[in-house]
Design a protein around this ligand. Structure first.
Ligand code: SF4
Ligand code: SF4
Length: 330
C-alpha cells in the first residue's frame, strides 16, 4: 500500500522573497520536507495553478507557510483560499506577521505610491500611463491585481494558527519548526496552543546579547557611523546608538549587536508587547540622563529616523496601522 504523505504549501504575497530563500537556506532540511510531505503548492519552487488549489478538498493541506502581507486583491483571494484548504496556516516571516518593510507604504495614499512607481526618474512615462486592473484584448479580458488602500498583516484578513516572525526567520528556527511538525506527524510531539508565536525565544534580544550593560545615562542619540569605532563590548544603546533589542523578541541569537550593528527589530515585538513603538520609546526613555520634559524631548528628537526606528517592521500591525491619508484614499 502506498503511504499518502500530508500536503504542504508555501505562498508569497506582498514580500521580497527573502523568506523563501531562508527556507532554502535550511539546506538538507529541505529533504526532510520532501520526505515527509507532498508539496502541492509552492509557486516560487514549482509550477502549480490556483485552480489546482481551488480543486482541493477543504482542509486537505496539512501545513501552509504563508509569507508576505496582503497588499492587493489577489493576495487576499489566495489568503482566503489557503485558509480554507489548510489545517494549519502559519504567518511566516515579518511581512505576514506584521507587514514589515512593504507595510511602510502605509505612510502614503495608494495613488501616490502608484504615481511614484510610474513617474520616477528611471521611468520613461511621458503620457502618465498607469496600469489598469482590466484590459480588453482580442483573446478576452485581462486582469491584474488591484492594489488595496493599505497593506494588512495576514491575521487581519483570515484566521491564523501560528505566527513565525523574522525578516526573514532564521534558518535554524525554520529547521526547528519543521522538526517539530514532523515529530507531531510521527506522534512524538504535540503542537503548541493555537495563536502561539513559534520559532522564537521567550525573552528579548537584549537577553541574548553578550554586550555589557552598566551605565544607563545617555545625553544624545547618534547614528552608529557617527561614533565609529563603537566600543565592541559595551551595549550599543548605552553608547547612544538607538538599538531595538529591549523591545524585540529573542530567537536570532542577537545576530546584529554581535556583529557590531544595532538591532532594528526584525524579530518583532517581544512577548506581551502590544505596541512595539510604545515599548521601544519607553525603553529608550529609561536610559536617558535627563529629568526635565524639554530635555527628554530634545534627546528623543535626536533619534535619526523615528518612524523607521519604532515601526519599520510593525506599522500595519500596530494600533496606528497607516497614515490617515492612506485610509482616506479612493
Ligand atoms: S540594547 Fe542592543 S546592544 Fe544593548 S544589550 Fe540590548 S541588544 Fe545588546
Ligand atoms: S538582532 Fe534584531 S535586527 Fe538583528 S536579526 Fe536579531 S531581531 Fe533582527
Amino acid at each position: 500500500m502506498t503511504h499518502v504523505k500530508p500536503k504542504f504549501a508555501m505562498y508569497w504575497a506582498a514580500s521580497c522573497g527573502g523568506c523563501e530563500i531562508a527556507v532554502l537556506n535550511t539546506h538538507e532540511k529541505i529533504l526532510d520536507v520532501d520526505a515527509n510531505f507532498d508539496v502541492v503548492f509552492w509557486p516560487v519552487a514549482m509550477d502549480a495553478k490556483y485552480k489546482d488549489v481551488e480543486a482541493m478538498e477543504d482542509g486537505s493541506i496539512l501545513l501552509t507557510l504563508f509569507n508576505g502581507g496582503i497588499r492587493n486583491d489577489e493576495n487576499e483571494h489566495i489568503a482566503k483560499l489557503l485558509r480554507q484548504k489548510s489545517k494549519i496556516l502559519v504567518a511566516f516571516g515579518s511581512c505576514a506577521c506584521e507587514g514589515c518593510i512593504p507595510g511602510l507604504a502605509n505612510l502614503s495614499p495608494v495613488g501616490e505610491i502608484v504615481h511614484t512607481a510610474f513617474n520616477t526618474i528611471s521611468t520613461d512615462n511621458p503620457h502618465e500611463i498607469y496600469p489598469r486592473t482590466s484590459y480588453d484584448v482580442p483573446e478576452g479580458e485581462l486582469h491584474i491585481p488591484k492594489l488595496e488602500k493599505t497593506l494588512r498583516p495576514l491575521d487581519h484578513v483570515v484566521d491564523v494558527d501560528y505566527f513565525m516572525p523574522g525578516c526573514p526567520p532564521e534558518s535554524h528556527q525554520i529547521a526547528a519548526v519543521l522538526d517539530l511538525v514532523i515529530d507531531v506527524l510521527h506522534g512524538r510531539a504535540t503542537l503548541p496552543p493555537k495563536g502561539s508565536t513559534i520559532g522564537v525565544g521567550n525573552s528579548t534580544v537584549c537577553d541574548e546579547c553578550p554586550r555589557a550593560r552598566n551605565v544607563k545615562a545617555i545625553k544624545e542619540f547618534k547614528r552608529i557611523q557617527d561614533i565609529a569605532p563603537a566600543d565592541p563590548d559595551l551595549c550599543l544603546l548605552e553608547q547612544g546608538i538607538p538599538c531595538n533589542g529591549p523591545a524585540t523578541c529573542s530567537g536570532c541569537n542577537a545576530r546584529c549587536p554581535q556583529a557590531g550593528a544595532q538591532c532594528i527589530g526584525c524579530y518583532g515585538p517581544a512577548q506581551g508587547v502590544t505596541d512595539y513603538g510604545a515599548r521601544l520609546i519607553t525603553a529608550f526613555a529609561s536610559v536617558i540622563d535627563a529629568k526635565e520634559p524639554e530635555e527628554i524631548d530634545r534627546i528623543l528628537d535626536g533619534i535619526p529616523d523615528p518612524t523607521g526606528q519604532m515601526y519599520r517592521f510593525s506599522l500595519p500591525a500596530s494600533p496606528l496601522k497607516a497614515n490617515r491619508e492612506a485610509f482616506k484614499a479612493k
